[in-house]
Design a protein around this ligand. Structure first.
Ligand SMILES: *Cc1c(COP(=O)(O)O)cnc(C)c1O
Length: 491
């Protein structure tokens, strides 16, 4: 069994099996445009259950053959131009290379003595990202598992920096379109059930700053304490970007922490054409970025950045076995001040202990493609989305919600002959399900004003306007078929 450990004797076999695995995926993508087979849990579960885990195959090729049946054939492929559903991206190849290397070395980024150069690479990328944001010389941050964790950590820091320890008094302000992890974080942080104040959005789904100002004022008048304002730079449903400069001004006025959730919109940091959409983000106290959304990185790859490195001390705990007190460096400025002879232990800044070297994927991506290369891909999908909006707006079969700033389109099928809103909801729901079952395309759904809508999240530069038009025809077909059957029954 030792022959399965990676060492100089087994490297060639490792190389072959990794290559074979990646090749199988690539071949699959080359031979079908479909994102999915339409398999159901009832069909697939018995196939997975039938595998006898106590009887190993002993051989990577045999295991890959078996994997075709239990996973590869029926997986949902984000690389397909007709996968238009959630905030998942096809991945760039340099990142896949980084993934293979980081798993093979298996560095853990908690302490220097488990990572060495990995720690320095992560710190460079944190500095690079902070600089792109414009956070200033004292900035720092750390890679995380995703936007949910980044938001939790940012709000933890905000709670510790708040002007009261009375948790029941703390309030977080975020738009009604902000991500649900804001509410989840508030609960995990022990805040009261009323802690998150939901601010209404305007027609373009951006936070109404007049309402924010009124809520901040009311908070103060009631003797409560504003803990944080969360601005979303790219809402999950609409890709809308809250007015960052105005929000920054209000956060300053009320002396509260400003967090920008740019989990989705972070790709704009490298966009040659659209960087200005993030103007004002430089005022943030903390920022969430998900490289695994708009930087075309494999899951997981995310970071939380902070304006003031010293605030990360709120995540610092010591263990004799890992990061004992004398060797740690707490809150020292990162690159600007150098390492100052101390041992850089990233665990001092993280909610995690053992932690993947996800930074390597972004590093390889930047070293091969460059920031502009990534940004151009994101610009392409934003351009495609603008074209998709034109299609939808001109199509009498559809109602489309907002002109997109990023790469989502929210719309619904509106039959000419039917006015019952409940039936229209059901027709849209049915169309989404039928499309998924057919495997021809995958789209998402959401609600707007209580009504059922459908959603495209366009993160694949290979998707074309023809793909969008074709999927809209498929949806219309499924919806019409449903209405045909149900109107017959009704009459
Ligand atoms: C996706 C998303 C998150 C959560 O990020 P995960 O990486 O899925 O944990 C948070 N905020 C916004 C705006 C998002 O779109």
């Amino acid at each position: 069994m030792r022959s399965h450990l990676l060492n100089d004797m087994t490297a060639e076999r490792y190389r072959r099996s990794v290559t074979e695995g990646v090749e199988r995926v690539a071949n699959r993508l080359a031979t079908t445009r479909r994102p999915f087979t339409g398999v159901t849990p009832d069909e697939l579960a018995p196939v997975v259950s039938a595998i006898d885990l106590d009887r190993p195959l002993g051989d990577a090729s045999a295991a890959l053959d078996e994997l075709e049946d239990v996973y590869l054939r029926d997986a949902v492929y984000f690389h397909s131009p007709r996968y238009l559903a959630h905030l998942n991206c096809p991945v760039v190849i340099p990142a896949v290379l980084g993934e293979a290397v980081l798993s093979a070395v298996n560095s853990s980024l908690d302490t220097w003595d488990q990572s060495a150069g990995g720690t320095l690479i992560e710190r460079r990328l944190i500095d690079w990202t902070a600089q792109r944001i414009g956070l200033g010389p004292a900035a720092d941050g750390v890679f995380t598992s995703g936007g949910t964790q980044s938001n939790l950590q940012a709000l933890l820091l905000a709670r510790q920096e708040a002007k009261t320890t009375d948790l029941a008094k703390l309030r977080i302000f975020s738009s009604e379109c902000s991500h649900f992890s804001v509410q989840k974080s508030a609960t995990l942080l022990g805040l009261g059930p009323e802690a998150v104040v939901s601010i209404p959005v305007d027609r373009d789904k951006r936070m109404q700053t007049v309402a924010l100002a009124a809520e901040l004022e009311r908070c103060r008048a009631e003797g409560l304490v504003p803990m944080a304002v969360v601005a979303t730079a790219g809402t999950t449903d609409f890709g809308s970007i809250d007015p960052l400069p105005e929000i920054a001004e209000l956060a300053g006025l009320y002396e509260t922490w400003m967090h920008v959730d740019a989990a989705y919109g972070c790709g704009l940091l490298v966009s040659p054409a659209r960087r200005h959409l993030l103007d004002g983000i430089e005022h943030a106290d903390s920022v969430t970025v998900d490289y695994h959304k708009s930087f075309f990185q494999p899951v997981s790859s995310s970071a939380v950045l902070v304006r003031d490195a010293a605030t990360l001390r709120h995540a610092t705990y010591h263990a004799d076995y890992l990061n004992p007190r004398p060797t740690v460096e707490v809150g020292a400025p990162p690159a600007s001040g150098g390492l100052r002879g101390s041992i850089p232990n990233q665990v001092d800044k993280s909610l995690q202990t053992t932690r993947r070297f996800d930074a390597l994927k972004l590093w390889m991506t930047l070293r091969v493609m460059g920031a502009d290369g990534v940004g151009q891909l994101f610009d392409e999908v934003c351009d495609l989305t603008a074209a998709g909006w034109e299609l939808l707006a001109a199509d009498p079969r559809y109602d489309v919600v907002v002109r997109p700033q990023l790469s989502t389109l929210v719309y619904r099928y509106i039959p000419r002959s039917v006015t019952d809103p409940v039936l229209i909801d059901r027709a849209n729901l049915h169309a989404r399900k039928a499309l998924f079952a057919s495997g021809e395309a995958v789209v998402a759904g959401t609600k707007v004003g209580g009504r059922q809508y459908l959603k495209f999240t366009l993160l694949n530069p290979e998707t074309t306007t023809e793909d969008i038009a074709a999927v809209l025809d498929l949806i219309a077909g499924h919806a019409e078929q449903f209405l045909g059957e149900n109107l017959v029954h009704a009459s």
